[in-house]
Design a protein around this ligand. Sequence first.
Ligand SMILES: C[C@](O)(C(=O)O)[C@H](CC(=O)O)C(=O)O
Length: 508
Amino acid sequence: MSLKQVDLSEEDQAFHTEVELIGQWWQSPKQRHVQRPYTASDVASLRSSIGIQYPASVQALKLWSLLHEHRQNGTAEMTFGMIDPILASQMEGQQTIYVSGALCAFSKADCIGQDMSDYPWDTVPKAASTIFKSQVYHDARQRQDRMRRSKEERATMSHMRDYLLPIVADADMGFGSQTATMKLVKRLVEAGVAMFHLDDLSLSGKRFTDGGGHTVVSTREYLRRLGAARLQLDIMGAETLILCRCDIDGAQYITTNIDPRDHPYILGATVDVEPLASLGDVGAAEVKEWKRRAKVKTFDETVESHATGEEITEYRHLVKSKQVCSLQERQKIAEQVLKGKKVFFDWESARTYDGRYLYSPSVQAILDRSQAAAPLGDATWARMDLVMDKIVQFHNEFRKFYPERLFAGGYSATIPFAKMGYSDEDMKDFHKTLAKLGIVWQVQPGFALQGLNYTTKKFSTMFGGEGIGGYVRDIQEPAMKVDTDGYEKMQWSGGYITDAYGDLLAGL
Ligand SMILES: C[C@](O)(C(=O)O)[C@H](CC(=O)O)C(=O)O
């Protein structure tokens, strides 16, 4: 550090220019849909005086165009979870790579285990960074391999590989505080990530897909998370896309009732029973039984169970006339409409031992929250584990407000498609049906677990029994027949590029 004399007008001029550039950037096609709660000047004052350009921006703009092209064509990018740079380099049928938190939890974290978002917050950025660096390496070695050849020879090599597939990464719930989210986003951008998803789950209430009992945070906390992510991107001047993921569909709990936007979906006891918390820290079965005894309902359902058809219509009409209608306002409306009929509703007695409120998910709840989040992000993922009529309803409704929105969707490895009533015929066009709804980025996150486990197990049994003969028959010969990027000539490992370094230095 050294001290230098300040020239005030120079300082003002540099700041002014920075503010203008940010303002112009925010008018660009990739940025203009974003609504920020702060100004360009606020952002400029948080930036360092040297402008740093991030390759993540190049990747993000590439992804942005790709996804919009899919949106216009009614098609989708189909990708899968991948955390290994070697395998990532062989993904020829994909145009993006997904670095899954669940896979990282099983494979990259020091303490391996199921994804409870309890792995260190920089685990996914580190995995993404390794893949991105390997993409840059393969891209460079391909160029060197081509440029060491004559034009005539290159004319016979009509295809180039695009190794630089934009990386989409799992940012979970941002790992806690606003600054934790900002640091995570910073590392993701530095790692070369083109898009990340950020959800509304509570850090302490995280359960994996098959665990049940998801807990979401309030709408306000979710928006602040997304806002923190956006602010960090703005500070960095990065184009990385925010995919706003909403996990309400699988939620049974919400951390707080502080935000009136959440009030319609919070459950209360409708008869006077002992508080749920008085039972202690009970499991799912006891909670279920308590809910049955307490006849839990949302406040609107409670009113409707006391009202005549006409009263219901009037109640709904008055509630709808307010942009946001808190429980207290709903109670006043109910009192007026029901002319003094008593409605018992107690959401406090329905709190869990650790203070969470009971929550009732619905498509409307997902819509409310995802629409509130939309202006802070670039794409939306309403995680709805593939119940088609709900998916259709959500996307059709959402697109009435945001016709150009990009959507994402995922196929969890354990979704029991057959049990859910989908035939093989339905499954053939499943991804196409979703694509027509605007779900332009679709991911099978668990392939690197389910698929590679399956393949490895089969191979391992065969090799253990049949030895090298089986290897040559089942792996080596078929692999050499297909073009696995020149494995035969050791192209992939890029020995020629290290030779090239040596050649350049040979004259010294
Ligand atoms: C996509 C996901 O976030 C992941 O970590 O891969 C998981 C996957 C899964 O549950 O199968 C998720 O959707 O929560």
